[in-house]
Ligand binder design. Structure first.
Ligand code: NDP
Length: 475
């Protein structure tokens, strides 16, 4: 499918853009301008099927004790009809709608009305007002980084309720899980549709909008780069972090509470899933400033992929292990539990150190030590849509010299650990590692395509110096 309108096509080049411009395209290194048939097909498939995939997983747990083949076998053998399954599915309720509205409103208030105070007393934590990366149009946005504070206050309230206040049962999330799914879908679709309309009629930064000429692609991948309301309400930062990621640890806690209620105790597998995923979540908020430099914020536009994905896909599918353990209270042998813990911690270590190395390198402009030595560097340059020439550096030392995306390998090891904690009884909890492997491999290819068009020959020099993407000698 050919691209049509390019309202913000870059203008004239500046003089010093000559060196690298045969392969690097000026200011076009953001999201794709053109939609091929494969991308279009995948997008239509996801728009049509993703909500049903989420429903299928959650329904399979609710009605078939997490047996993924259960519904298919029942329908194929005539034991159940689709209408029977649907009739047993809890509908949206007033209680769920009130809960969800309260939850999102609370997170909006924490995000917009409470400037960060954590950076004032937590040594090493970087919060408060921070700058994002240069956008393709050459804009640098400012962000209010207060996610750690939001996470801490929310969890403080959760524990205060569980141990002192008793306003609601800690199983409240599990008990309303399917009715809440409908609410999350309503918000996901509403925010994606609003973002699309906003992109067309009142964008925050028109120069950073992209219109491919294909409605489905624009809806899915977004038109606006950094949609905002007012000075501080940034859609991408808000929807990715809260309500999605703040909710992640609360959802797991609610599943643990339900496991205790149903089975009388919390298993070591449930503890492992809660602890390992909490490390990942706290890491995310501790490093929220770093997150401003990741692909989600630096390169992806805000559409259904991020809007609906953050509201529905992330809280419902990233928490499948905890949900599964409510129905199957797996208790691991000590050696196996230790093995899972070690895999999760080593994965986290690689993930964190690799991301930290790049962040440190970029923040200090290469004036740092990586693995105790002065880092090896590839000097590179690119041009933003306003014709400005920018200089940057690619790190060739540390994990970035082992493979071009070794940070993803750490993430995959951690993801596998969550799944292994659930034992081998069912496929459902393994969905996460399968999904992450596809997501991160696709992300790797997508990012490399973008970096190649951003840095041109300089990127080729990097791929020659570090030939493998994920695993040395394999891929
Ligand atoms: P990266 O943090 O790997 O960022 C890629 C960008 O880094 C590139 O676009 C380029 O940007 C820059 N870069 C690439 N190579 C180098 C280098 N050698 N030296 C310096 N800069 C380089 O990707 P993500 O944002 O995708 O991932 C961040 C983390 O988040 C990862 O650990 C990933 O596993 C995790 N993640 C988790 C997800 C989940 O759902 N759980 C989803 C997605 C990511 P530039 O234009 O600035 O040069």
């Amino acid at each position: 499918m050919a691209a049509k309108s390019q309202p913000n096509v870059p203008k004239a080049k500046s003089v010093d853009s000559v060196t690298n411009d045969r392969t690097a395209s000026q200011g076009q290194w953001g999201r794709a301008w053109e939609v091929d048939w494969f991308s279009l097909g995948s997008i239509i498939f996801l728009l049509l099927c993703a909500p049903f995939i989420v429903y299928y997983f959650i329904m399979a747990c609710d009605q078939y004790s997490c047996a993924l083949t259960g519904p298919v076998v029942d329908i194929a053998t005539g034991r159940a009809r689709l209408s029977d399954i649907w009739a047993k599915t809890p509908p949206i309720t007033r209680k769920a709608a009130q809960l969800y509205t309260l939850w999102v409103t609370f997170q909006v208030l924490l995000y917009t009305s409470l400037p960060d105070f954590c950076h004032k007393f937590l040594p090493g934590y970087v919060g408060g007002i921070q700058e994002g990366a240069v956008t393709p149009a050459g804009v640098v946005n400012k962000y209010q980084i207060n996610g750690l504070q939001a996470w801490l206050l929310t969890h403080l309230l959760w524990f205060a309720n569980a141990h002192l206040l008793s306003w609601f049962s800690p199983t409240i999330i599990f008990d309303n899980w399917i009715p809440l799914l409908w609410c999350a879908n309503i918000l996901g679709y509403a925010v994606s549709t609003f973002a699309m309309v906003k992109g067309y009629f009142f964008p925050t930064s028109a120069r950073d909008c992209k219109f491919t000429g294909n409605f489905f692609y624009n809806y899915m991948m977004g038109v606006e780069f950094n949609p905002r309301i007012g000075k501080w309400f940034d859609f991408k930062l808000f929807f990715n972090g809260r309500p999605g990621i703040v909710a992640w640890t609360l959802i797991n806690l609610s599943f643990a509470a339900k496991q205790r209620e149903l089975h009388g105790h919390v298993t070591n597998a449930m503890v492992l899933v809660n602890v390992l995923q909490a490390i990942y979540v706290i890491d995310f908020f501790w490093n929220e400033t770093w997150y401003l430099k990741t692909i989600d914020i630096c390169h992806d536009h805000f559409g259904w992929y991020l809007g609906w994905g953050d509201c529905v896909w992330l809280p419902y599918l990233y928490t499948l292990q905890g949900l599964y353990l409510v129905y199957h209270p797996v208790q691991l042998s000590t050696p196996r539990a230790v093995g899972v813990l070690l895999l999760g911690l080593v994965g986290y270590y690689i993930f964190r150190v690799a991301n930290h190395q790049k962040d440190l390198f970029r923040r200090t402009d290469g004036r740092c030590l990586i693995w105790g030595k002065k880092p090896k560097v590839i000097e590179c340059s690119y041009t933003s849509a306003d014709g400005q020439r920018h200089h940057s550096k690619l790190l060739v030392s540390g994990f970035w010299g082992v493979a071009r995306h070794f940070n993803y390998v750490g993430d995959l090891m951690g993801s596998l650990a969550y799944c292994l904690a659930c034992g081998g009884g069912h496929l459902l909890p393994y969905f996460y590692i399968i999904y992450m492997a596809i997501l991160l491999t696709h992300r790797c290819l997508r990012d490399e395509h973008r970096c190649a068009s951003k840095y041109g020959r300089d990127w080729e020099r990097y791929t020659a110096a570090v030939p493998y993407r994920l695993l040395p000698g394999i891929f």
